[in-house]
Design a protein around this ligand. Structure first.
Ligand code: UDX
Length: 437
């Protein structure tokens, strides 16, 4: 595999991980971001994202002289650094009506059309609606530049691992010989990886990403409704999902019950797939139901907390353990923990939140207090609600927490606690998906 010159546009989760991983594979990478502060931090060797192995990988790339950061797009595109491949890894947030907002991708496309020297290919890694590659071709106004669709499937918290050990590599291209050659050039980057490379048209590659995330959403909502059924019939969702997951056609991943699924991708992409189907007059009730079930799950967990508190939350102190959308990240975007906390607040609960990593960047924290440790959070609380599956929550001194609380009730919305051990400490435990036999 010859070393390539690569520009990566966007230094978020996907862009930074992609850039650092490609540099580690020996390619010369220039990563550009409009956020000057972020670029200054990265140049100073600081990675703000909580992501295992990413700071080390970035540092190694910089030390080897293979990874540079800049806030100026021309620095990444023009001599002495003209790229063979330009990876576009910019955000596509949820826009009006659920459709993805591709305005940043479009702005980048216009800039690339003006600036890119001949010989490069544009690689769309951002999650983009079907048809975006064609739209980018139009905006580039450069028939000489192939546009490839190359969705990223990494998960937060295991981004570096996922980039190094992908399940599959999807590359969508147009039908011209130049497009096909560019797709092969991109595929050549990955010859050292064991993953299968799937070469498709652009539209298929774009759809695969949405189809995968919406499928995960359906699977998660299915598990969460099964958890409700388990509670009602005296079954245990842990056992049921183990039994399900052992069928290789179903597989064990993404079956853990929760207060709902969230994060920057699943909700956004599920809405976007629904919106795409709507524009084609195709109903997709299965996916719509997954979203409705998710909303219901937030309410179901809030109801559990209210029941544990004795039926009324007005003026009742609740300790919330976890704010991140899942363990291992500080990210609270579309966090189910925040959604449940908001429902508790709306019913008058007085919330004290503890999360080992996350703070709520979305707004003022005036509707809840924060604690810097779980014990302070539990003081005088009537219920501890465990909303994010941080492993450290299972290792707490629950006997001490029981003593600190006003009334010792725990709602375990992630099933990470040992109910018998907690009950031996005098706590009553209501765990999602655990029926009483
Ligand atoms: C997701 C996809 O997994 C990834 O392939 C894609 O590239 C980006 O979107 P991520 O957003 O990091 O990755 O989150 P993920 O690990 O999928 O979790 C999403 C939500 O589902 C979280 O709120 C998580 O807590 C929840 N979840 C996950 C469960 O409730 N149960 C599970 O078993 C797994």
């Amino acid at each position: 595999m010859p070393a390539r010159k690569i520009a990566v546009i966007g230094a978020g989760y996907v862009g930074l991980t992609t850039a650092a991983t490609l540099a580690a594979a020996g390619h010369g990478v220039t990563c550009v971001d409009v956020d000057r502060d972020k670029v200054a931090e990265l140049r100073a060797g600081r990675v703000a994202l909580l992501e295992p192995d990413l700071p080390e990988l970035v540092a190694a790339g910089r030390r080897a002289g293979l990874l540079r950061f800049t806030a100026r797009l021309p620095d990444a595109l023009l001599p002495p650094h003209p790229p063979d491949l330009v990876f576009v890894c910019v955000p596509t947030p949820r826009g009006e009506g659920g459709a993805a907002d591709v305005s940043i991708v479009e702005a980048v496309a216009r800039d690339l059309g003006r600036l890119l020297p001949p010989g490069a290919a544009v690689v769309l890694k951002s999650t983009v609606p079907v048809g975006t590659a064609d739209r980018v071709r139009g905006l580039l106004r450069r028939p000489d530049l192939p546009v490839l669709s190359h969705p990223e499937f990494l998960s937060e918290g295991s981004a570096v691992h996922d980039c190094r050990h992908p399940d599959r590599l999807v590359i969508g291209a147009g039908t011209t010989p130049a497009d096909r050659a560019a797709a092969r050039r991109l595929a050549d980057l990955y010859t050292d990886l064991a993953a299968p490379v799937l070469l498709t048209g652009n539209a298929s590659a774009e759809l695969i990403k949405y189809a995968a995330n919406a499928f995960l959403a359906v699977k998660l909502s299915y598990a969460n409704t099964l958890a409700e059924l388990c509670e009602s019939v005296g079954a245990d969702i842990g056992d049921v999902c183990r039994g399900l997951g052992l069928d290789p056609r179903i597989a064990p991943a993404h079956l853990r019950p929760s207060p709902g699924w969230g994060g920057p991708c699943l909700p956004k992409d599920t809405h976007a797939l629904l919106d795409l189907a709507r524009t084609r007059q195709i109903g997709f009730p299965l996916v719509r139901a997954a979203l409705e079930t998710n909303d219901r799950q937030h309410h179901r967990i809030a109801d559990k907390v209210r029941t544990a508190a004795g039926g009324c939350l007005d003026g009742v102190r609740i300790a919330v353990y976890g704010l991140a959308f899942k363990a291992g990240t500080a990210d609270t975007r579309d966090s189910p923990a925040l959604a449940v906390a908001r429902l508790l607040h709306a019913q008058g609960a007085e919330l004290t939140v503890y999360d080992p990593a996350a703070a709520n960047p979305a707004g003022p924290d005036d509707w809840y207090q924060t604690a810097d440790n779980p014990y302070t959070a539990a003081k005088a609380a009537t219920v501890v609600a465990v909303l994010t599956e941080w492993p450290e929550f299972a290792r707490l001194d629950w006997a001490l927490i029981s003593q600190l609380m006003h009334r010792p009730h725990v709602v375990d919305a992630r099933r990470i606690l040992d109910p018998e051990a907690l009950e031996a400490c005098g706590l009553t435990v209501s765990a999602v998906g655990r029926g009483t036999r």
